[in-house]
Design a protein. Structure first.
Length: 131
């Protein structure tokens, strides 16, 4: 179910720049989140990155949970720093005033990878995906 890895890494690199960070752990987290949301049909509010996503990434990448968590959150924060207005609109679907958490960034980008559309556009078209 990791069929979008290349796309996930490409999107992350587009946001933060080509050589700024190791994107593999964050890309894996997008894949895990997409699997939970869209294949397993787990409601967004029932997914906890600390117990449902990060441990899977740690196992798949051969890292400790602490190292995987740090790498994911560090790269997520680089993305969040880079998501100024035009990029936020492109990948999230609107500009955002409050800084999202790394968890929400993972959800936003998992939606983008899966649907090729920003989160808020998809939710507007398919509100049932929120539940």
């Amino acid at each position: 179910w990791f069929y979008h890895m290349e796309k996930s890494e490409r999107i992350i690199r587009t946001i933060i720049g080509a050589e700024k960070a190791n994107t593999h752990a964050l890309a894996l987290s997008l894949e895990v989140m997409a699997d939970l949301l869209f294949r397993q049909k787990i409601p967004m509010d029932d997914i906890y990155v600390g117990s449902d996503v990060y441990p899977v990434v740690a196992k798949r990448s051969g890292k400790s949970l602490t190292a995987a968590t740090r790498q994911i959150e560090r790269t997520a924060n680089l993305c969040l720093d880079a998501l100024h207005s035009p990029l936020a609109k492109q990948y999230i679907g609107r500009t955002i005033s409050a800084r999202p958490t790394p968890r929400m960034l993972i959800i936003y980008l998992a939606f983008y990878v899966h649907f090729d559309k920003p989160f808020f556009e998809v939710i507007q078209e398919h509100p049932s995906l929120l539940f």
